[in-house]
Design a protein around this ligand. Structure first.
Ligand SMILES: Cc1ncc(COP(=O)(O)O)c(C=O)c1O
Length: 455
């Protein structure tokens, strides 16, 4: 028998992931026909030419092929060789063996140390799990939480579709809460209350609230007050919190800084809210999407639940070892005085300065287009401009027409969710600066003519 689509589960068929949807498929078709495509649909930094950090790649190379360590130190700096040796010793069996399901112990210790330094709080390596990117951690926790078809998870609108797709796949209920576009996409308490009330009125047992900070696709950065408000809300209503903090390095506006949920939870001495925090090697200055490294940390989880998390992770044996080493490189950069320190800092500064410049350039350009408005990109790697469209025209149609005419591939706002009656698209800030200028020019000309013709 060959498997037929009709044999597949309803949840599988209902699962959608807009970032790689029909517009991208069409872009690939056009590209095959020879059209130049500017892919602005996905936050995949190295596909736009962002160079990997030398430190990370040296560690990976040395760990994958330890014979390289015998090459004179002129090729690999002494601290990279020393660190790679320590990683291999810590791994005991090298890169080709399974590790413990939760990830190599000494890397989890390094993650705990990173959290302690970043937040000035305690961190327990036993509460840290290394995962194949943040996605795998998010999926594990959603699986853990969704116990029946009436269980729901609050997710932001707009959101990153990993959340909507996974909740659909695991047959839970999506409980949308709206971010306030008029207030730089921040959260506000009344919108959270409205969302929870509406869900409960429909018989949904709301288990958790998910927050993406800095925001994808919104580019917003939450301050301590906003985070405290969410924690208080979760506490009052008995919800767990999923804090997706994969963009914590990408903060662009003066005066803003990344504040972790863990830090605020500890500062307020909260012991009755379960927190899961996620981080990744895919974003920030690493941009190592293909390496699939990441981790999550939990707080306020009783031992019998922790055992279930470990069991879920054990089903896939362990996360990939290269990803674990990349996570080590992320949380353990060269220190002042180390041979690799200067180059590391130079590369870091260049990447973050470039992203900051592109973010500003893109927003300025978008806001000059009549009928397009965009909040400042305070963090992450995306703009989510609002577009005024003629009545009856959908954002999908607009994005498809934009692709056909200009070769610019963006994702319609409907793929992330948006307030009724509004239309948006998401574009990354990742194309090189010159390409960003082209994107803005082409978009501007396209928007004017498209809206004119449709009216
Ligand atoms: C908000 C958010 N969370 C999680 C992920 C997943 O990243 P990865 O699985 O590559 O770590 C992404 C990727 O774009 C993201 O934007």
């Amino acid at each position: 028998m060959t498997i037929q689509k009709k044999d597949l589960g309803a949840a599988v068929l209902a699962t959608e992931y807009a970032v790689r949807g029909p517009i991208v498929a069409r872009a690939q078709e056009l590209e095959k026909q020879g059209k130049e495509i500017i892919y602005c649909n996905i936050g995949n930094p190295q596909s736009f030419g962002q160079r990997p950090l030398t430190w990370l790649r040296q560690l990976l190379a040395l760990c994958e092929y330890p014979a390289l360590m015998d090459i004179p130190l002129a090729v690999f700096p002494a601290d990279a060789v020393e660190t790679a040796r320590a990683i291999l010793e810590g791994s005991r069996h090298g890169m080709g063996a399974y590790s413990e399901s939760e990830g190599l112990r000494f890397i989890r210790e390094a993650v705990a140390e990173f959290i302690r330094e970043r937040d000035g709080i305690g961190a327990d390596p036993e509460a840290i799990f290394l995962t194949d990117g943040a996605s795998k951690g998010v999926q594990t926790i959603l699986k853990l939480l969704l116990a029946s078809p009436t269980d729901g998870i609050m997710i932001p609108i707009p959101q990153y579709p990993l959340y909507s797709a996974t909740i659909t796949l695991y047959e839970g209920r999506i409980v949308p809460y709206y971010l306030d576009e008029a207030d730089h996409w921040k959260l506000n308490r009344s919108m959270l209350d409205d969302s929870l009330r509406a869900a409960r009125a429909q018989g949904t047992r709301v288990k958790a609230i998910c927050i993406i900070n800095p925001g994808n696709p919104t580019g917003s950065v939450l301050d301590e007050k906003n985070i405290a408000m969410v924690l208080d809300f979760a506490r009052e209503h008995g919800l767990a919190v999923l804090a997706d903090e994969v963009y914590q390095e990408d903060i662009y506006l003066p005066g803003d800084r990344f504040v972790s949920f863990a830090r605020v939870l500890e500062a307020r001495g909260i012991r009755d809210v379960t927190l899961f925090s996620f981080h990744s090697c895919s974003k920030g200055l690493l941009g190592e999407c293909g390496v699939r490294g990441g981790y999550f940390e939990y707080r306020n989880v009783p031992p019998d639940v922790a055992a279930q998390i470990l069991k879920l992770l054990s089903v896939c044996l362990c996360s990939n070892l290269a990803g674990q080493v990349a996570t080590y490189a992320m949380v353990h950069p060269p220190r002042s005085g180390d041979p690799s320190y200067e180059l590391y800092n130079r590369e870091k500064k260049a990447i973050l300065e470039e992203l900051k410049l592109r973010a500003a350039l893109l927003v300025e350009g978008l806001n000059k287009i009549d009928g397009v408005s965009c909040n400042a990109i305070a963090g992450a790697m995306y703009a989510f401009p609002r577009i005024m469209l003629p009545v009856g025209v959908s954002d999908e149609e607009y994005c498809m027409a934009l692709l056909e005419e200009t070769g610019i591939c963006v994702v319609p706002g409907s793929g992330f969710g948006q307030a009724e009656g509004t239309a948006h698209f998401r574009t990354t800030i990742l194309p090189p600066t010159e390409k960003i200028r082209q994107v803005v020019e082409k978009l501007s000309a396209f928007h004017e003519s498209y809206v004119l013709v449709k009216y």
